[in-house]
Design a protein around this ligand. Sequence first.
Ligand SMILES: Nc1ncnc2c1ncn2[C@@H]1O[C@H](COP(=O)(O)OP(=O)(O)O)[C@@H](O)[C@H]1O
Ligand SMILES: [Mg+2]
Length: 242
Amino acid sequence: MAYSLVTFEQTKSPIAEAYRTLRTNVQFTCVDSDTRKIMITSPGPREGKTTTVANLAVSMAQAGKTVLIIDADLRNPTQHKLFGLDNAQGLSVALVQDKDYRQYIRETAVPCVRVLTGGPIPPNPAELIGSKRMKRLLQEVSEQYDMVLIDTPPIVAVTDAAILAQEVDGVILVLASGEVNKDFAQRAKELLDKVGAKILGAVLNKVDAKTSEYYYYYYYHGSDNTKKKHKRRKDRSAPSEG
Ligand SMILES: Nc1ncnc2c1ncn2[C@@H]1O[C@H](COP(=O)(O)OP(=O)(O)O)[C@@H](O)[C@H]1O
Ligand SMILES: [Mg+2]
């Protein structure tokens, strides 16, 4: 199986358990605030943004929440692939043609998880993401769902995620272990700080169980620098590449 919807397909696996820990940490971080719109981004491509969004959504739904995923990576939308959905229509169409986005929200095999797919790739993603329509859409959906998780393009490469960061309640930064360049990660944080984003935490993804003695799953609180560390024993087959 491709590393995709593990929380749905292998509920009892250690990886699904790691996503539940992430869910719990997000809940703790948001305990006193009305945090509903959470954006997930990373410095570069292929660090695991889309995978994290999908599995966190499933995990939250399993805890009884209604969750909407918005694929706002209009440059490389892939959320629909994880859920086996059609992407002929979607967010881009709703924004360009001022169509009612609600008709493009798809049900999934996972109860309580809905997806607004990205739609056909538009020529002007940043403009659409920064539009009044997008703002209105985010406002509306946050009143209809318990949680709204937003998938985005890499933040260092293009402006879309930094623009969106200003419209959400919090941001989770996904960093691919061993792949992410330190300056790149720093740059991502600077870009988020610059727009006043609330960084809820960072996910260290793709930790290789074969090379690390333990699988460390880190979750950093962006606001107060408290650090939580969860150790997981190697022999329980932690996530690895491939
Ligand atoms: N923890 C992980 N371990 C192994 N492979 C992963 C992990 N997370 C994601 N992947 C894989 O890495 C690739 C990129 O992930 P994706 O979520 O599409 O990244 P992004 O959205 O940041 O571009 C996909 O093939 C995905 O299945
Ligand atoms: Mg992606």
